[in-house]
Design a protein around this ligand. Structure first.
Ligand SMILES: [Zn+2]
Length: 283
């Protein structure tokens, strides 16, 4: 059963959007005792706050024309090895329809916050070098530029996208603790990538945290020592998971994880199990 797809935090509305679905082998997560393949979602969050329309992360991007390209598409991004059969219809490409269903046009989005610059988070920023959200400023953690953009090939999708936005003067770095919009605070949470950020949402005494890829699979809540092949600094990624567990577990704060398959929003109980959300409002 699918969990809640949207929540409100005071007057701020947050909705989970899906770009695609994939599978990862359990071996992708060192320390995970499981031999099944692990379902993952590639998604984004739509946040409406203080008259702003904000997208947090931007999916994996357009599905390449013709299924034979899919393995190449998957190969290019090291983070999410989409292991479905070539041409699997849902691997990516769903974000525009999800936005339209939410009543949002690309022109409406005035801010895109990227938790980090892995390819499955920047896919709709500027596919084929043309900004998809023409009116949006794009914010990101600057340490990721050296780690992923400078080192990428000239035609790598993330590089083409980010450079296109930069050329329009719409790209800007994040600062730890900065308010990026009313009620939205960016907090540096390095490890998965050096410039990884999470977004804290607070309004009228209510609070939620969009955790990006701090946790990629639910098993990491119970055992933060479980790593991920895509963690840039495995030790720091674990420290960051532990820090957020200390800050959040048992507090009733709603959190969201981009890749959790069925339950984008949840609470973390004091015993570090997932508590599904049954009410619309954040506590
Ligand atoms: Zn990711």
């Amino acid at each position: 059963m699918l969990g809640m797809r949207s929540i409100v935090v005071g007057d701020i509305a947050i909705q989970a959007l899906t770009d695609g679905r994939g599978q990862l082998p359990a071996s992708f997560f060192p320390g995970l005792k499981d031999d099944r393949t692990i379902p993952v979602v590639t998604g984004a969050f739509l946040v409406r706050a203080g008259g702003h329309t904000i997208l947090v992360d931007a999916g994996f991007g357009p599905r390449p024309a013709g299924s034979p390209h899919l393995p190449q598409h998957a190969k290019e991004q090291r983070h999410l090895a989409v292991a479905g059969p070539a041409g699997e219809p849902e691997a990516s490409g769903g974000l525009p329809a999800a936005l339209a269903d939410a009543g949002v046009s690309p022109e409406d989005v005035d801010l895109v916050v990227l938790t980090h610059l892995h390819a499955d988070h920047v896919g709709w920023v500027a596919p084929h070098g043309e900004p998809y959200f023409p009116n949006a400023e794009v914010r990101y953690g600057t340490p990721d530029w050296a780690a992923f953009i400078d080192s990428a090939g000239r035609h790598a999708r993330a590089r083409v996208a980010l450079e296109a936005v930069r050329a329009k003067g719409k790209l800007r770095g994040l600062v730890d603790g900065e308010a990026v919009a009313p009620g939205l605070t960016a907090r540096h949470a390095p490890g998965h990538t050096p410039g990884h950020y999470v977004l804290e949402v607070a309004d009228q005494g209510h609070r939620a945290v969009l955790l990006g890829d701090v946790f990629q699979i639910p098993a990491q809540l119970a055992d933060p020592a479980i790593g991920s092949a895509s963690d840039h600094d495995r030790r720091q990624a674990e420290l960051t998971r532990r820090r957020w567990l200390r800050e959040i577990a048992g507090t009733g704060t709603i959190v969201a994880a981009v890749h959790f398959p069925d339950e984008p929003f949840f609470r973390i109980a004091a015993d570090r199990t997932v508590e599904p959300i049954s009410a619309v409002a954040a506590s």
